[in-house]
Design a protein around this ligand. Structure first.
Ligand code: FA5
Length: 342
């Protein structure tokens, strides 16, 4: 048989065999008989060494056309097998869309989302707006505009993941602070919840992916007492009781003065555990008055306007509220953990 006839007869056979496929697996196997690595068409192509260059060209073209034709047969059969499958499934697997779900089938809000919503309610009731920003940020918004200039050593406090085009996964929601300062005209009050990322050694109180809520007020004569008052309202509303806190100096290049607000560990009642690293205190709410350089960089005159900002660690707040002893539960997908009533 000459090579051309051989291709025609393979094509004829392929059509018959492929059309006879009963399932998609069957179809894949049948396709391989002809155009797989060890397929019949492939084998014919391997035996054209004796042909002239001109003949090889014509033969190659016919073989390619045959391969395309076989793909067409396969596509046609696959489409009709799929249609058949879905029409049978729809006939036999009926379900009642009006049946109420059983409680165990409904799912629920993640405890972090739930507390985030509560905090949003507390702040909007005090006249704050809610801002948002992207998770992939520029180095400028995440660091430079917050006074972490050049190789500032404070950058090492927040090691992160960089993208190949020089951007990064934001390490804190303070990047939204920067965007807001550029976007809004003072006076304003905002909070900005969001997911943040750090190149971090994971343990009972540190994750590489966690949540923060940024807060910021810019206005006339805003002082540390406004800041402390707001922090107190937040903690009282969330915990519905007096909580033991301590305020100590803290360094962040974008606030001056800066503070760390720690909360007495509610997992161990302050006696020491792996969450508080046996200190009895958990770092929860760093804050301070916005550094004049940060206002200036955003085009706001620090002689006219002042402000405070804070960056709440949301995961840790939720841990304190429910006495959860390991931050890793949050992203574990562990249903026994998630099914508890939060
Ligand atoms: C910041 O991220 C500053 N942007 C906060 C800030 C905002 C200061 C505005 C001043 C003014 P810090 O790195 O400390 O600061 O993180 C803030 C909070 O996030 C911590 O107190 C802690 O509660 C939480 N946090 C930090 N790292 C982790 C981590 N790896 N896992 C879980 N929570 C974390």
């Amino acid at each position: 048989m000459n090579a051309g006839n051989e291709i025609e007869s393979i094509l004829e056979e392929a059509q018959k065999v492929i059309n006879g496929s009963k399932t998609e697996t069957d179809l894949d196997n049948n396709k391989n008989i002809f155009i797989g690595k060890k397929g019949k068409l492939t084998a014919v192509l391997k035996n054209i060494g004796s042909l002239s260059i001109e003949e090889k060209k014509i033969f190659g073209q016919r073989a390619n056309q045959a391969a395309e034709k076989i793909e067409e047969y396969v596509h046609k059969v696959r489409t009709s097998l799929k249609e058949e499958y879905y029409s049978v499934t729809l006939q036999t697997e009926k379900f009642d869309t009006t049946r109420p779900l059983k409680p165990e089938e409904t799912g629920s809000l993640h405890p972090i989302t739930k507390i985030q919503y509560e905090i949003e309610d507390i702040f909007t009731s005090m006249g704050f707006s809610i801002m948002d920003g992207p998770e992939v940020e520029t180095d400028y918004n995440n660091f430079e505009a917050l006074n972490f200039t050049g190789d500032h050593p404070a950058r090492d406090m927040q090691d992160t993941f960089y993208t190949s085009d020089g951007n990064l996964l934001r390490t804190h929601t303070s990047a939204i602070q920067v965007r807001t300062l550029r976007e809004l005209k003072p006076p304003f009050k905002i909070i900005a919840p969001g997911r943040v990322f750090r190149y971090e050694e994971v343990d009972a109180s540190h994750e590489n992916t966690f949540y923060q809520i940024e807060g910021m007020v810019v206005g006339k004569d805003i002082s540390v007492s406004n800041l402390i008052y707001t922090m107190n309202v937040l903690l009282k509303e969330i915990f519905q009781k007096e909580v033991k806190v301590r305020l100590r100096p803290g360094y962040f290049p974008f606030v001056e003065p800066g503070f760390e607000l720690d909360i007495s560990c509610m997992v161990c009642d302050g006696s020491g555990c792996s969450v508080c690293k046996h200190s009895g205190w958990v770092e929860l709410l760093p804050c301070g008055l916005i550094h004049p350089n940060v206002l200036k960089l955003a085009g706001i005159d620090p002689a006219e306007w002042t402000g405070f900002a804070f960056g709440l660690g949301l995961d840790r707040l939720v841990m304190m509220r429910y006495a959860i002893n390991d931050i890793r539960f949050f992203h574990s997908g562990n249903l026994r953990f998630l099914k508890q009533s939060f």
